[in-house]
Design a binder for this molecule. Structure first.
Ligand code: AIR
Ligand code: ASP
Length: 282
């Protein structure tokens, strides 16, 4: 552990060098931040739950043919991922109006959108991740037209897939944020893969029946215990038993590790898909 070289530390995760130059270890911290880190807290167990939920959702997404950076979960807090060059954009998909959309445009929270809305934000903490248009992305070269098309089509597919997955377990996928990365192949060919994490830190999830908010909005707006909401999501996904693995801030480590092992066995059988070269249009 001590010899590991830190590559980058973000608000919720740390990246360490992986066992080879094409991989990275992604460590999930317990830190929670909101409003560009104006609000901060350490929430015991958050990292463990996000690691687990994200590992599961990434594996599911990969299984429908969408390439991701995810390789495998290593332990309670860490996963092995492919080393990518992060595209400095946040791609947000919305099905129901909430959050900054309501604030910016005066739309009532809960309004069902006529069609999923895709938005882009420039990933730049100093500027508070501002909303941008396709024109900005192309003008400043943050992504080229091919990459943009690829990201949007992947975002739509992820949305369709996750909508079905969550509605099947009584949850409503309101919106979410994705990040993408570039991988360069042996011959300089380019692949765009889903990167970062897919977890309740980045998704708004409401209980379909009661409308209860189960995601990071609990922390942002003091709506209730964050771990309780995340555990509920993990329970519904079948990742942890009813009653959870975290009680009063302490984690049942033995149980968590056994569950990780089971999940890893399953994911070995699911066989991750190789990222196949996709020739760039000339
Ligand atoms: N998001 C955006 N920036 C950081 C995050 N996590 C996610 C939120 C929400 C969606 O993107 O978690 O699911 C839209 O956020 P907002 O604040 O623009 O309404
Ligand atoms: N995590 C981000 C921040 O600290 C945004 C958010 O999730 O609200 O600003």
């Amino acid at each position: 552990m001590a010899r590991r070289k830190k590559i980058y530390e973000g608000k919720a995760k740390i990246l360490y060098e992986g066992p080879d130059q094409n991989t990275v270890i992604q460590y999930f911290k317990d830190d929670a931040t909101a409003f560009n880190a104006e609000k901060k807290a350490e929430i015991s167990g958050k990292g463990v739950l996000n690691n687990r939920i994200s590992a599961h959702l990434m594996t599911q997404i990969e299984s429908i043919g969408i390439p991701t950076h995810f390789i495998k979960q290593i332990n309670m807090r860490e996963q092995l991922v492919r080393r990518v060059e992060i595209i400095p954009l946040e791609v947000v998909v919305r099905n129901v109006a909430a959050g900054s959309l309501c604030k910016r445009l005066g739309v009532e929270e809960g309004t069902i959108l006529q069609r999923p809305l895709v938005e882009y934000y420039y990933k730049k903490d100093e500027l508070g991740d501002p909303l941008i248009s396709e024109e900005h992305i192309l003008t400043f070269g943050w992504a080229d037209p091919y990459e943009l098309e690829e990201m949007v089509s992947m975002a739509w597919r992820v949305n369709d897939y996750l909508n079905g997955l969550f509605s099947g377990i009584g949850l409503r996928l309101v919106d979410f944020k994705l990040e993408f990365g570039r991988i360069f192949g042996e011959y300089g060919e380019l692949y765009i893969v889903l990167a970062d994490e897919v977890s309740p830190d980045n998704c708004r999830l409401w209980d379909a029946k009661t409308g209860e908010k189960l995601d990071k909005d609990r922390f942002r707006f003091d709506l209730g215990d964050l771990v309780e909401g995340y555990q509920y999501i993990a329970e519904r996904l079948g990742l942890i038993p009813e009653g959870g693995i975290i009680k009063g801030g302490s984690i049942n480590e033995q149980l968590a590790e056994t569950l990780d092992q089971i999940e890893n066995e399953l994911s070995r059988e699911r066989k991750l898909r190789d990222v196949k070269p996709k020739p760039r249009k000339a």
